[in-house]
Design a protein around this ligand. Sequence first.
Ligand code: AMP
Ligand code: ZN
Length: 114
Amino acid sequence: MENCVFCKIISGEIKSNIVYDDEDFVIFPDLNPKAKLHYLAVPKKHFATLAEMDEADSMMLGRILGKIPILSSKLGLENGYRLIINQKGESGNDAGQEVMHLHIHILAGERLEM
Ligand code: AMP
Ligand code: ZN
């Protein structure tokens, strides 16, 4: 997708320190970390929100979620982690989704307050 920062990271057009890469998704550090460890798990397929997913996309998202615990020691998640997906709605953006390419925030590395 043209002009999508995460598509550009996936294609290599924008440099990022990709720490994991498979057929479904990549993981790289968030540019503006909100915790000591802050990664983004980003599907290679461009879609903006959960509302745009078809059944195959849902299966792919399930595979991503299943892979995160397997990567625990590689990513330093042994003390636990928090996953967040910010979602823009049809008529508002209360969650404040900024990048319109679905992504999962992985926050860890310290005690996280709500
Ligand atoms: P969200 O509000 O859920 O859309 O979050 C978007 C996240 O993407 C923010 O935490 C940004 O810091 C992060 N971000 C934006 N551009 C980049 C980039 N080039 N590399 C890494 N993270 C980015
Ligand atoms: Zn994209």
